[in-house]
Design a protein around this ligand. Structure first.
Ligand code: FE2
Length: 265
């Protein structure tokens, strides 16, 4: 059984773990804190999402653990490589599972729950959830993917507001900030397909990839929250005002209209 005390001990282990990095790498503390706060907010977001789905207590706690630990690999990734780009370093989800295993964090949980947590972490950042027979793994992977997207939208839209005063290249995956938009990125999003990370060449491509996450949301809660928070409008404001972007905006607006009208507020 997962207890509230287990969650409490995980939260304090997480805080201590992050603090070690802050102390050891004071020059990098800002981005370490950004990722730590993201993890804490995803923990809250996934609980709210899980509550909207009437899950039982054990499932709520399991989701909470996945939320807190989904990015635990980010700290080692950043300390070692000074980037959040997996392609320039290492897969941060795999790193995260390694960290949890090395520290024997999940030892008190059942093997089944450990398997769900490890696999949901591994699946949180892939373009798609890989084929999987265990339905519980698929379900919890869907939860973390939505909760993570919602908080990344929060984080980057807050960042774009202050970017001119306080540029942070790590949050832009060090991509060049010019007027270019790659054709294959545009094509994917116009076809309502997930944009592949490998096709991103510019910051505009990255922004479009993040806009395209709307097509990958799994739960009504998430689309409703995205709509309420107006995250995509805020990203669109930072993109070139031209025909290509207007076409994407129309597609996104239509997608919202189709999906919001069937939701009850
Ligand atoms: Fe992540």
């Amino acid at each position: 059984m997962i207890t509230k005390n287990i969650i409490k001990s995980y939260k304090s282990w997480f805080d201590n773990y992050v603090n070690q990095f802050v102390l050891q790498y004071p020059d990098m503390s800002e981005n370490i804190e950004i990722k730590a706060n993201h993890s804490r907010k995803v923990r809250k977001e996934i609980v709210a999402l899980a509550q909207s789905l009437n899950l039982n207590n054990e499932e709520l706690l399991l989701a909470e653990i996945i939320g807190l630990f989904h990015d635990i690999g980010r700290f080692r990734q950043y300390a070692k490589y000074q980037t959040f780009s997996d392609s320039k370093s290492q897969n941060h989800a795999e790193l995260g599972v390694e960290v949890l295993k090395e520290n024997n964090i999940l030892n008190d949980l059942s093997k089944k729950n450990q398997e769900i947590i490890y696999n949901s972490i591994l699946n949180h950042s892939t373009a798609k959830i890989p084929p999987e027979k265990n339905e519980r793994i698929v379900f919890f992977s869907k939860l973390i993917r939505d909760a993570d997207k919602l908080d990344i939208w929060r984080l980057i839209t807050e960042y774009y507001m202050v970017k001119e005063q306080k540029e942070n290249k790590a949050l832009e995956l060090e991509l060049p900030d010019n007027d270019e938009i790659s054709d294959n990125v545009l094509e994917s999003i116009i076809n309502k397909q997930v944009v592949m990370k490998e096709s991103m060449k510019t910051l505009n491509d990255f922004k479009l990839l993040q806009i395209g996450w709307i097509f990958d949301l799994n739960f009504n809660y998430s689309i409703k929250r995205l709509h309420e928070k107006k995250y995509l409008d805020k990203i669109f404001k930072t993109l070139p005002n031209d025909d290509r972007i207007n076409k994407v905006r129309d597609i996104v607006d239509n997608y919202f209209q189709e999906h919001i009208k069937i939701l009850t507020y």
